[in-house]
Design a protein around this ligand. Sequence first.
Ligand code: KIV
Length: 275
Amino acid sequence: MKNTVTTFQNAKINNEKLTMLTAYDYSTAKLIDEAGVNSILVGDSLGMVMLGYEDTLSVTMEDMIHHGAAVSRGAKNALVVIDMPFMSYQTSVYDAVVNAGRLMKEARGGAVKLEGGTDMAPQIEAIVKASIPVVGHIGLTPQSVNAFGGFKVQGKDEDTARKLLDDAKAVENAGAFAVVLECVPAKLAKLISDKISIPTIGIGAGNGCDGQVLVYQDMLGMYSNFTPKFVKKYAELGLNMKKAFENYIKEVQSGVFPEKDHTFAISDDVISKLY
Ligand code: KIV
């Protein structure tokens, strides 16, 4: 069944957990969609896991449109949420609406996600007014890595915990239909989830959230540069892929591949006429 913003609202009301995974290309999106996930996030994490940058800051609107469109073609039932990249919405409310509109028109997403709480409420409100569903994202917001002084758990003391609760309420009041909580202590994430009426989607925020999201390369063991504490590896595809690549190289070098089954035939008669 097609997942929509209504699916998210109903899940919160009925206390049903929501599932979200990232994808950045058609084939992966199709597999994840067929597995039955509620939502696919085209995260700006693609800067790291797909493009090899050290953070998300260099990701452009063109990157997000290119990958977002591929994912939208592969996802039949999952709600596709596309990240707004760094500086595509922080600069002004006008930029935020124009760029959110591009992600819907050109990449055919079902919703956009942007980072920030109270400070970004005007942007969220304006995008929602333009009939574009918005997912908020608070806690460790990777686009603010330089302001945070690194990738760190957020909201550990009273002031910052209170600020996170205020941010979650601001995102909700601005009209977002869900909010990602990234790297937030589990008890605080549970409290926030209890205090707002929109679903919280946790990543490194414990199981008191209304749903969970993971970067697919992390959960499949395909990204070896860094594995955050909150990641559970559901497979070690990276090791298996490497083994398969090594086998292929060996078999090509030794002449084992391709075998007869992998080749096309022609009659010897035709060949003999060419000599
Ligand atoms: O970019 C991304 O993949 C994200 C998730 C980590 C929530 O924002």
